[in-house]
Design a protein around this ligand. Sequence first.
Ligand SMILES: Cc1cc2nc3c(=O)[nH]c(=O)nc-3n(C[C@H](O)[C@H](O)[C@H](O)COP(=O)(O)OP(=O)(O)OC[C@H]3O[C@@H](n4cnc5c(N)ncnc54)[C@H](O)[C@@H]3O)c2cc1C
Length: 421
Amino acid sequence: MKADIVVVGAGPAGLAAALKAWDEGVRDIYLIERDIELGGILPQCIHDGFGTVTFKRTLTGPEYAQRYIDMLAKTGVKIKLNTMVLSITPEKKVIAVNSEDGMFEIDAKALILATGCRERTRFQSMILGDRPAGIFTAGTAQRFVNIEGYLPGKKIVIVGSGDVGLIMARRLTLEGAEVEGVYEIMPYPGGLNRNVIQCLQDYNIPLHLSHTVVSIKGKNRVEGVTVAKVDEQMKPIKGTELFVPCDTVILAVGLIPETELLKKSNIQMDAATGGPVVNEWMETSVSGVFACGNVVHVHDLVDYVTESAETAGRNAAKHVKRGLQRREKPIKIEHGRNVRYTVPQLLSGKPLEEKIKFYLRVKKPERKVEVKALAGGDEVFSRKFRIVRPSEMIRLEIPAENLRKAEERCQLRFEIGGEQA
Ligand SMILES: Cc1cc2nc3c(=O)[nH]c(=O)nc-3n(C[C@H](O)[C@H](O)[C@H](O)COP(=O)(O)OP(=O)(O)OC[C@H]3O[C@@H](n4cnc5c(N)ncnc54)[C@H](O)[C@@H]3O)c2cc1C
């Protein structure tokens, strides 16, 4: 088959990217999803908190997804559910399989990868001990409770304080389980502050910072975990071990971009984000291959997933219709003090668009903060924040006129100055 644009993954990113490309006038678009329904992770996120930026309302995950599904239904985007994309090539060939068409190929003019992220497992976080039943990732537990209708356990320990774990602490409590506590190895929470308050503090669920689970005990089913305090190097401190009886361990120890398709096609990756290197158009190192949403970097809010997807959809459409105007040498973005990563990692447009959106994450929490953009040592933009946290993305919009010096020097550097929080 042939197509103008193929979008892989129909979570909020894929839905918004396909919709935007259609709105920009591209008519031959495929949206391919391996699941049996549209929406990605959102159908299982039945709590509210979605859409606060985009719709100025707090929607549930399914409500947020449905708005895009309804808009998409009014377009001619061709949707293939139950279809797994097996590989993509730098020539923008998509190889996919489903039970109706068998294995098939689509030659596209542009690709948009919106494959989301996956959860880190017990073995990726090196938790030792027995291998009994009763150990779940937070997303799996969420699916069991919210979609399949099963309670994964009655006495629960949560490892890690990522947003999914915090939300599950509240959800499981509401369903009648007893959540013993959340154990976080870092000295600060991994999830959004609002989730710490609304999901733990409001339900009197203890959050143990600078603690980890060192081992899991259980013959058939989990019987308990040994927890310990950690030092500054995050090593368990001898003598602080405590056995906590429980029947279920839930892991909320981080999300990783789902990049299998990208890796196989030799697209340049960023070790800091775990996703592909992209420019301001959300285009990867291969011309015409775009990426958006959680496959690029793990977002805090779905609204910014949608924003990145609209950028990818708009520019994929431009690529198909008239090509994108590039500068000879891209502007490289560098990271200074307390900057863990930035997206985009480079700027390619000539001329630059009127305003460029940047997403940053910090390495450690700080207060009374000034985020600065520098070109060759000269400050070209700055913005103050009361507090910054690793769990919360910083979003900046910098006007192109501020970036003239960066254009001349082909370099832009971000630095974050603040006081210890
Ligand atoms: C538990 C939880 C709670 C959250 N709470 C909030 C909240 O309160 N507020 C908020 O704003 N955000 C929240 N988020 C974040 C938000 O849901 C995500 O940022 C968003 O869903 C990411 O969108 P995505 O489209 O990039 O990825 P996903 O939603 O993960 O979608 C990716 C899609 O790609 C498909 N796919 C992957 N590989 C292939 C392949 N090879 N072939 C075909 N299809 C493929 C997958 O099946 C999936 O449907 C939450 C997330 C989780 C997990």
